[in-house]
Design a protein. Structure first.
Length: 295
């Protein structure tokens, strides 16, 4: 073989290698959203509100939303999720809905017997995916929750009592696919010293403007938006909220109330995320900021 043909062969190899290297970043960019969708961030923070009754100082509340069990998130990830939440040893676990991709999927989720455990209670509401037809599945889902020692809060509330001070936990039916009854839960929580409202869809919070008496809660915990699922520079590519980015992700303050919108755990439609990492939350409720430690 002459020097010329050896040189040509080496040049062809170099070009091929160059092409492969050029493809690598593109593949990484394409695979990154798939990788991100399979992650899970534990967000642990103090939630400070001077209105919190002293008896509930330090209450540890876990919030988990939008699991979307099914083809995109299997049983192994549900088990891993539950292990992580239970490892917090929270006082209360609130589950924000969208357990499956539809109401049959939600039933399948609860029939896994996921095993959430909290010191005081585990309570759950329903999301738009849980409220797809048939309508009769709602009662079956609530029954399945009870069979898991989980309290269904769908247009309902429970009031925790400690030394005569009260903290209400409440949620409605889903805002889009269900029949939310805000006046009913407002009445149920009217005498509570502090109320945590955890509707699936934060859009319902905008209804407070028309509710007689205004907001009946101090803290709202929501899901549904998935943080946009694919969000660029803080804007959802496709928003599942009728208010666009108003309740996209994170903390907001409206009408004197605090709102946390979680990115949630799973994904809808496609197993991809970008700019919206999957999240679970542990809030430690406090009436004032913890003093800074001094060295
Ligand atoms: Fe969802």
């Amino acid at each position: 073989m002459g020097k010329k043909s050896k040189g040509k062969k080496r040049a062809r190899k170099t070009v091929l290698l160059g092409k492969l290297l050029a493809l690598l970043p593109a593949s990484c960019i394409l695979l990154y959203p798939l990788y991100l969708a399979a992650q899970l961030d534990s967000v642990e923070e103090d939630y400070v509100n001077p209105a919190l009754p002293g008896a509930f100082e330090g209450l540890r509340l876990a919030f988990v939303s939008d699991i979307h069990y099914g083809a995109l998130l299997g049983e192994d990830r549900v088990r891993a999720l539950v292990r992580r939440v239970n490892a917090w040893q929270p006082d209360v676990i609130l589950l924000g809905g969208d357990y499956g991709e539809d109401s049959d999927g939600a039933l399948a989720f609860w029939r896994l017997r996921p095993g959430f455990q909290a010191k005081i209670c585990v309570a759950a509401t329903v999301g738009n995916h849980d409220r797809t037809l048939p309508e009769s599945n709602l009662e079956k889902i609530k029954e399945a929750m009870r069979a898991n020692d989980v309290i269904p809060l769908v247009n309902d509330a429970i009031v925790l009592d400690r030394q005569g001070q009260t903290l209400a936990l409440t949620s409605t039916d889903d805002f889009y696919n269900g029949c939310p009854d805000l006046p009913r839960i407002a009445a149920l929580c009217a005498r509570a010293d502090f109320t945590v409202f955890f509707p699936h869809n934060p859009d319902i919070l905008a209804e407070m403007d028309d509710l007689p008496g205004g907001p009946f809660y101090q803290l709202a915990l929501c899901g549904h938006t998935h943080g946009g699922q694919v969000a660029l520079f803080g804007h959802a590519l496709h928003s599942s909220s009728q208010y666009g980015d108003r309740y996209l992700s994170g903390w907001y303050r409206e009408n004197g109330t605090d709102i946390l919108v979680s990115n949630g755990v799973g994904t809808s439609m496609l197993p991809v995320r970008l700019g919206a990492r999957p999240q679970i939350h542990l809030l430690t409720l406090r009436s004032r900021k913890a003093p800074l430690l001094r060295e």
